[in-house]
Each structure stands twice: as structure tokens, then as C-alpha cells.
Design a binder for this molecule. Sequence first.
Ligand SMILES: NC(=O)c1ccc[n+]([C@@H]2O[C@H](COP(=O)([O-])OP(=O)(O)OC[C@H]3O[C@@H](n4cnc5c(N)ncnc54)[C@H](O)[C@@H]3O)[C@@H](O)[C@H]2O)c1
Length: 316
Amino acid sequence: MGTGIARVGMLGAGTMGHALALVHALGGLEVRLQDNSPAALARAPLLVDGALDTLLRGGEVTEQQAQAARGRIATTPDLATALQGADLVVEAVVEDKEVKRALFAEIDRLAPEHALVASNTSYLDVFPYAAPRRARTTLVAHWYTPPYLVDLVDLVGSDATDPAAIEALRALYASWGKKPVVLRRFIPGYVANRLQAALSREVNWLLDEGYATPQDIDDAVIHGLALRLPILGHLMKADFTGLEMTRRALANATVVPAPDRTRCETLEKLLEAGRAGVMSGAGFFDYGGRSPDELFRARDERLLSLKRHLRDIGGI
Ligand SMILES: NC(=O)c1ccc[n+]([C@@H]2O[C@H](COP(=O)([O-])OP(=O)(O)OC[C@H]3O[C@@H](n4cnc5c(N)ncnc54)[C@H](O)[C@@H]3O)[C@@H](O)[C@H]2O)c1
């Protein structure tokens, strides 16, 4: 297991699927990208080209690497074709229990016996959907968008997953410069999404209760919280703060966590006003008529530039 991974069946060609096809193709694997929506399948190569263009212009890949990666991705509407000869199946279809359950049954029917089956689910416990004979080779490999720029990938198996299956993917992704984090057992949201959920709960409450404006909040995040995070993470920052102080802060009952709510009034008002985010031209902020494509490229260029600097300066 591991070194034998050459061919990938990538199921789902949406926001994550097309980008994961690119990640695996850049890693040198042959990818068959499948989706049951003809529109999604037609759009995927264009999105891959756009992402490759950003990586090329950012100096992350050479023209030759970009062309080779592009040549390794074939699209197909047919599940059997996508799974034929696959050493790795990446499941990146819509986050819907029934859709995933049905797809896992099809994977069991059509995928080679030896194939690793990796789900990109964000929150669902998909392990019960795997056929018993697939339990050893079924795991979660959860990426962040855009996965060709964000290196973190959460890896986790069930009790029945063969540790060698997890190690095979860990080693493969690490060899591509990715940052696999292996969790000891499944928990919805893994680490980063759970931390983000905790942050969102506070932010939504601060907005709804009128303590701060969206600009105030993002100023605090960008200029306070974020600057140290890429260098120190969270726990090393605690070491620099000093653990005595950290203990005092923990015991300080004046900071009561925001109540757990499933609705944010500020967000609801924005959506009612048609402000759905970058795709609709505005959200918490106005984007002065700039197109989503222009904004995505601007974001990606800055992310790339930041990654380069972080690589140069290294950790503490
Ligand atoms: N969007 C993100 O930021 C993000 C990040 C990490 C993980 N995820 C996870 O990745 C998965 C995909 O999310 P997404 O954002 O790419 O969704 P998406 O809606 O953009 O794409 C899902 C695709 O699955 C296709 N699909 C649905 N049923 C199918 C089937 N039976 N066979 C083949 N294709 C099918 C749809 O046509 C669609 O193109 C989800 O499990 C989600 O939780 C998403």
C-alpha cells in the first residue's frame, strides 16, 4: 500500500472536486474526474485552468508541470469508468447523507478491491456507509479550499481502518509538500473547522449585539489574531504568553463564552438584501463592482505571496 497509488477516481467535480483533481494531478497521479451533473463536469476543466494559471503566474509551478498536470486529468460522467483501475477513490460529492450512502455502495460494487477510499466530508460520519470488506481501506481525507493553496489535510480512520492505509496517504500527501494531520478518532469538523466554528459563534454574537462592526472585527482578526498565528499557531503562542498567565486567563470568569446560537441576525439581514458574498458582489463588505474572478485571483495571489514569505522565514 502507498507507493502503489498511481490512479485516482475523483468523484464530484464541484468546488472541491475540480481542485482536488488538480492537487492529485500535480502530485503525478492519473485522475479520472466524475460527476453526475454535465454542467459541473463541463465547468471543471475551466476551473482547473484558472487555478493553474494562478499557480503559474505565482511561480508555484512551471509551464511544463502545469501542462503535465492538465494532461493527467480526464473527465467522465460514468462512475465505472472513473473507478476502473483506481488505487485511490476520493469522494467529494455533495454533503448529503443519502447521496454519500448510495455512492459508497456503488464504490463497493465498482472499485478495485485494493483501492483506498477517502472521503472529503466536512462533518458526516461516513464510516458506517462503507461495506464491511472496505472498512480497512476507508478513511477521511478532508481538505480546505482552495486545496492547491491551503496545505492542511485532516486524515482520520475508523476503528476498523488499517493504520497502513492512513500512513500511505499521509506519506503521499506529505511528499507533495502538504500538511497531513492524523486525528486519533473521527470528530465532525476535525480541528480547524471546529476552531473556525468557535470563532464564528463569538463573531456572530458580537455583531448581533452591536459590540463591533464587521470592519472592527476583521481589523481585530487580521491585525491582532492573525499576525501571530502563522508563526506560532495557538499553543506555542500560549508558551510565549506564559502558561501561568494562560492559566489565569482560563480561570477568569469575566469572559463568558457567547451563547451557542444557530442563527445570526446580521447574516440574515445581509442575505435578505441579496448580499451573499463575493459571488454576488457584496456581503459583509462592498467590493466596488469587482468580479468574483478578479477577487478570487487577488485573494489567491496574496495567499501565494504570504506562503512564500512564510516558507522563507520558517518557524521559531
Ligand atoms: N466547499 C468547501 O469549502 C469544502 C471544504 C472541505 C470539504 N468540503 C466537502 O467536500 C464535499 C464536496 O463539497 P463541494 O463544496 O465541492 O460541493 P459542490 O456542491 O460544489 O460539489 C459537489 C458535486 O457533487 C456532484 N454530485 C452530487 N451527487 C453525485 C453523485 N452521486 N455522483 C457524482 N457526483 C455527484 C454535484 O453535481 C456537484 O458537482 C462535501 O462533502 C463537503 O462537505 C467542502
